[in-house]
Design a protein around this ligand. Structure first.
Ligand SMILES: N[C@@H](CCC(=O)N[C@@H](CS)C(=O)NCC(=O)O)C(=O)O
Length: 218
């Protein structure tokens, strides 16, 4: 069995796992994937393997990496194109990835990730709508200054910044808040990316025993 492993939660719910998995796949790391069905917090099987008690958690080439942003940076150590090629682009990509990593809590609480449901119209709390407005402004600004015609935030290549925002895209597709045409086009492009499509396909195939009522009734 390979020494190199990526531990993730189930694809249907685990937004941080989706980001880490996308970064690892973009970086081309060969790892064994270990999927742990989440139990809605404090999952014993996650605590048993991950130093932080959270997923994603990567073991690669003797390195142990938790925290999604650190996994993105590790991926970029090996495959620099995870970040844009210009310094200005890299700086901005890191800034928005960090804002995603530390923020948008209201959106994440009100619109939990669920790839297999249609919750159109739900979750529109004041805080979630404020987070959505900030994200839309941030995407529009990034696309204008760095997108060069898109379809991704920094142009034709889906990079670590797109990976960090991919679970937000899934929330927009599941909960369908009212958003601009620019946001819709970006969401469609992310959804159509082969790695994102593969993650959705995997979610659809997960056993029904992994479904948690907590995340099915937002
Ligand atoms: N700050 C962490 C957040 C990771 C996180 O919260 N992961 C959730 C799953 S999306 C988790 O492991 N929850 C434990 C559980 O549900 O048992 C990161 O960036 O990786």
């Amino acid at each position: 069995m390979s020494q190199d492993r990526l531990y993730i939660g189930n694809r249907r719910y685990s937004s941080w796992s989706m980001r880490g998995w996308l970064a690892v796949r973009l970086a081309g790391l060969q790892v064994e994937e270990v999927v742990i069905p989440l139990e809605g917090g404090d999952t014993p099987a996650v605590k048993a393997v991950s130093p932080s008690g959270l997923v994603p958690y990567l073991e690669h080439d003797g390195n142990r990496i938790w925290e999604t942003l650190a996994i993105c940076e590790y991926g970029a150590e090996i495959t620099p194109s995870l970040w844009p090629s210009s310094r200005a682009g890299r700086v901005h990509a890191r800034v928005i990835a960090a804002e995603m990593h530390g923020g948008f809590r209201e959106l994440r609480m009100a619109m939990p990730m669920n790839l297999c449901r249609d919750f159109a119209g739900l979750g529109r709390t004041e805080g979630a709508l404020a987070d959505i407005a900030r994200i839309e402004a941030l995407w529009a600004d990034t696309l204008t200054r760095f997108g060069g015609g898109g379809p991704y935030l920094f142009g034709s290549d889906f990079n670590a910044a797109d990976a960090m925002f991919a679970p937000v895209v899934t929330r927009f597709l599941t909960f369908r808040p009212e958003v601009s045409a620019t946001t819709r086009a970006y969401c469609d492009a992310v959804r159509a990316h082969p790695l994102v499509a593969a993650w959705y396909d995997g979610a659809a195939k997960e056993p029904s025993a992994w479904v948690l009522p907590k995340y099915e009734n937002p």
